[in-house]
Design a protein around this ligand. Structure first.
Ligand code: FES
Length: 135
């Protein structure tokens, strides 16, 4: 199996590994077939900019490389742009992945989307709590 230099680099030196304790949104996704799990933490500011992002991946080398690259692609970006992140963009930034490893990049895309969904749900709940109750 051939891996690009970029994949090997991100696998050996993953960027943005860890957790954000007060994350605005957390997404956890897994692949039932391979059993790999990915967790993405987003810190989103009031202007809806992804200020910080961290990840934890229990999985294969390609899953680590794709989640690492995904964090690099979304850090400092507006949420509207981050929402558009596709697994193809992650694969392209990594200069390709072997076909059997494409699903690892899908996991990275899903983890980002799950974290955004969590952020939106939390925001909605907060707005409901803060809304004045009807008399
Ligand atoms: S083998 Fe399943 S995420 Fe890589």
């Amino acid at each position: 199996m051939q891996y690009s230099e970029k994949v090997l680099d991100h696998f050996q030196h993953p960027r943005n590994v860890g957790e954000i304790p007060d994350a605005s949104g957390v997404g956890t996704v897994g692949n039932a077939k391979c059993g790999d799990i990915m967790q993405m933490f987003l810190k989103i500011n009031d202007d809806e900019i992804v200020e910080d992002v961290k990840f934890k991946t229990f999985g294969c080398g390609a899953a680590i490389a794709t989640s690492s690259m995904a964090t690099e692609l979304i850090k400092g970006k507006p949420l509207a742009e981050v929402e558009q992140l596709t697994n193809e963009a992650v694969v392209e930034a990594l200069e390709g992945l072997p076909p059997v490893k494409i699903h690892c990049s899908v996991l990275a895309q899903e983890a980002v989307q799950a974290a955004i969904a969590d952020y939106r749900a939390k925001k909605e709940n907060k707005q409901k709590e803060e809304a004045p109750k009807a008399e």
